[in-house]
Design a protein. Structure first.
Length: 296
């Protein structure tokens, strides 16, 4: 048993994930013959078959399932060991990658990341703005350590933690017929032209979905790429729009806008933090997640 090496363990996990030796060889950048030899040697070492060879791939034997369980744990322990030891340098240092949707970047992350940087000045933060679906994909594919996105977006295979909540409001010009309302349901505003974000954003999808459930259709007059552009279009009388309340406070002083809370239950949105596996994160990334999820 002492002859196990980490490359063979990693290779076996890849074979289990892919279900084919060829795909595992491509994933690990190895020749197919070398993969077959390693697996044959491994089975000889443990004294039993770990794979059933099928015409269209391979399946794990009962012994293979047991081996896979322990292989994953060993590799995860090695990752944690590396992460823990990295903390024993000259202070905690390095960089952590974050992908976040626009709502969190505008409303919450500036103050949260500023406070984190004061605590850990040697950690570099790599922050990129993406729509929620892109954030989820980046976390799942290992392109970022931490993702922040809208909680209503479908998300599989990620570990989620609550971050913040925001409320959606209807924005209108101050001289608009709806401007004096104290609150409003989305379906009550659908007779007016809307300014919104591009179709593939989580907010825009949510609005179209909820309008459809009420038997209404949003009359999208203009679709832009930012909350700032929506606010300015509304200011110039091009229509109304729905924005997260925390993202528009800075615009009200410069623009002639009115903010009307939406009465719909779904208008209070949850923002969540998503990671592939918290325990497997580098130490500095765990420090950041702990900081962001700590009580305000």
């Amino acid at each position: 048993m002492r002859r196990f090496d980490f490359m063979t363990l990693k290779l076996f996990v890849s074979i289990a994930d892919e279900g084919r030796l060829t795909a595992a060889a491509e994933r690990e950048h190895m020749a197919l013959a070398a993969v077959s030899k390693r697996i044959s040697d491994l089975e000889s070492l443990v004294g039993t078959s770990l794979l059933y060879r099928r015409p269209r791939g391979v399946e794990l034997t009962p012994a293979g399932h047991a081996f896979l369980h322990h292989a994953r744990r060993i590799l995860e322990d090695i990752e944690r060991l590396h992460a823990e030891l990295s903390e024993y340098g000259e202070g905690v240092r390095g960089h952590v990658r974050i992908h976040s949707n626009t709502s969190a970047i505008i409303a919450f992350l500036p103050q949260d990341l500023s406070a984190f940087s004061r605590l850990y000045p040697e950690i570099k933060i790599d922050l990129q703005e993406r729509i929620s679906s892109e954030v989820i994909a980046a976390v799942r594919d290992g392109l970022t350590d931490v993702g922040i996105f809208a909680g209503h977006v479908a998300c599989d295979a990620l570990q989620l933690m609550p971050y913040r909540s925001d409320r959606l409001v209807l924005m209108t010009p101050r001289d608009h017929p709806l401007a004096e309302r104290q609150s409003i349901y989305l379906h009550e505003a659908t007779e007016h032209d809307f300014i919104g974000l591009q179709q593939d954003t989580s907010l825009q999808s949510l609005l179209h979905e909820q309008a459809g459930r009420a038997g209404k259709t949003l009359r999208m007059r203009i679709q832009v790429r930012s909350f700032d552009a929506i606010s300015r279009m509304i200011h110039h009388g091009m229509g109304v729009g729905v924005l997260p309340e925390q993202t528009i406070y800075r615009e009200l002083g410069d623009l002639q806008l009115s903010s009307i809370p939406l009465s719909d239950e779904w208008a209070r949105r949850e923002l969540v933090i998503g990671v592939r596996q918290y325990d497997a994160l580098p130490v500095i990334a765990r420090h950041l997640v702990d900081h962001l999820t700590a009580p305000a």
